[in-house]
Write a protein that binds this ligand. Structure first.
Ligand code: PHE
Length: 341
C-alpha cells in the first residue's frame, strides 16, 4: 500500500469526488475523508516507517504533493461558493445610521437667551461657581444673620479636603455683579449665565442645581424704566409679543426697590391651568434697582451712578416655552427627552 502509486490513486479519487460535490457541506465531507487526521492520506503515511530511505523520499514527496493539490482545489471550490451567500443579502433593508448628537435643551435655552440680550447691547460675563461668602452674600448687602446663609439653603465646602475655609457653592449668579463691578467702571451692561446650587428638597419644580441668567446695567441716569424695557423686550422676543408681564413688589438685600416678574401663563393664555396653579401667572425672575450699599462696597459713587439688576431662572423659562412639566428631566440624561426637545 505504501508506494507512490497508492498516493496517486487517492489523489485522483479525491479529485473525482470533489467534482461531484456541489455544495459546501459535501466539499467539507470530502476534505475530512481525504485530508482529515483519520483520512486516507494520513492512513497511507502510516506505512512510511517500513520503507527504505529512497522510497520514503519519493513516497513523502508524492503525499505532500497530493495533499496540497487537494487542499488547493477544496479552497478554490469553497471560495467560488461565497458569492452565492452574498446573493442572500437583502439590499433593500435600511442601513445602520449614526445618530447625530444635538444640544441639550438647557444649552440651547441659554444660547437663545444670551443671543437676545446680546442684540440689546449686553456683554456676556461668567463667574466662579465656588465662591466666598463675601461675593455670594456679604458684598450683596446680606446681613450676617440672613437665613439664606443657613446650611439648610447653602452648600458649604468641607475644609477636610485641604480647601481654605469659608468656601461655598454660589446660590445665585449675583456674585458676578460684584466681580464685574470690581474690575470695570460704569457705564456697563452685562449678562452672566451660569449654574447655581441650593440645598433644597428635589421636586418637579425644584432641583439642587439649576441655571440663572443674571443681568445688570450701571451708568448715569439708569432708571427702572430701562430695566422694564429690557425685561419686556426680552420676554416678547423669547416667548411671544403677546405675552404680558406683571411686576410684583418684592425684597432682595441687594436691590431697592425690588420686584418679582410674572408672565401670563403661555399654556392657558392666563386663563388658569395646572401649570400656573390656576393663577394665570408664572414667576420667572427677580429684579430691582441696585442698592446704594452694593455700589459703595465696590467703590462706585451711589450719588453719581444708578443701575438695575435681574436674575432669571433658566429651567423655569425653558420649561414654560417648551411645555416641560418636570425640572428633573433636564438632569436625568434620558436620550428620549434630550432628543425630543
Ligand atoms: N439673585 C436673586 C435670586 O437668586 C435674583 C435677583 C437677581 C434679584 C438680581 C434681584 C436682582 O433669587
Amino acid at each position: 500500500m505504501s508506494n507512490p502509486a497508492n498516493i496517486d490513486r487517492i489523489l485522483s479519487d479525491g479529485v473525482a469526488e470533489l467534482e461531484k460535490a456541489d455544495d459546501a457541506e459535501k466539499i467539507g465531507e470530502v476534505k475530512i475523508h481525504y485530508l482529515g487526521r483519520k483520512g486516507l492520506l494520513s492512513a497511507a503515511l502510516k506505512g512510511l516507517k517500513d520503507l527504505s530511505i529512497d522510497e520514503r523520499k519519493a513516497f513523502g514527496a508524492a503525499a505532500n504533493n497530493a495533499k496540497s493539490e487537494l487542499a488547493a482545489k477544496i479552497e478554490g471550490m469553497l471560495s467560488a461558493l461565497k458569492p452565492s451567500t452574498k446573493a442572500d443579502l437583502d439590499y433593500t433593508l435600511p442601513g445602520q445610521t449614526n445618530r447625530l448628537g444635538r444640544l441639550h435643551p438647557l444649552t440651547r435655552g441659554i444660547k437663545e437667551i444670551t443671543e437676545i440680550f446680546r442684540r440689546m447691547g449686553f456683554a456676556v460675563a461668567t463667574g466662579p461657581e465656588i465662591e466666598t461668602d463675601y461675593y455670594n452674600f456679604g458684598a450683596l448687602n446680606f446681613p450676617e444673620d440672613h437665613p439664606a446663609r443657613d446650611m439648610q439653603d447653602t452648600f458649604y465646602l468641607s475644609e477636610t479636603n485641604g480647601l481654605p475655609p469659608g468656601l461655598l457653592l454660589r446660590t445665585h449668579t449675583s456674585n458676578v455683579q460684584i466681580r464685574e463691578f470690581e474690575r470695570r467702571k460704569p457705564p456697563l451692561k452685562i449678562i452672566a449665565p451660569g449654574k447655581v446650587y441650593r440645598h433644597e428638597a428635589v421636586s418637579s419644580r425644584a432641583y439642587c442645581v439649576f441655571h440663572q441668567v443674571e443681568g445688570f446695567q450701571v451708568g448715569e441716569n439708569i432708571s427702572m424704566a430701562d430695566m422694564k424695557g429690557a425685561l419686556v423686550g426680552f420676554c416678547h422676543e423669547y416667548f411671544s409679543p403677546e405675552i404680558e408681564l406683571r411686576f410684583r413688589p418684592s425684597f432682595f438685600p441687594f436691590t431697592e426697590p425690588s420686584a418679582e416678574v410674572d408672565v401670563s401663563c403661555i399654556i392657558c393664555d392666563g386663563k388658569g391651568c395646572s401649570v400656573c396653579k390656576y393663577d394665570g401667572w408664572l414667576e420667572i425672575l427677580g429684579c430691582g434697582m441696585i442698592d446704594p450699599n452694593v455700589m459703595t462696597a465696590v467703590g462706585y459713587d451711589p450719588e453719581k451712578y444708578t443701575g438695575y439688576a435681574f436674575g432669571m431662572g433658566v429651567e423655569r423659562i425653558v420649561m414654560l416655552k417648551r411645555r416641560i412639566t418636570d425640572i428633573r428631566l433636564f438632569y436625568e440624561n434620558d436620550i428620549r427627552f434630550t432628543r425630543k426637545y
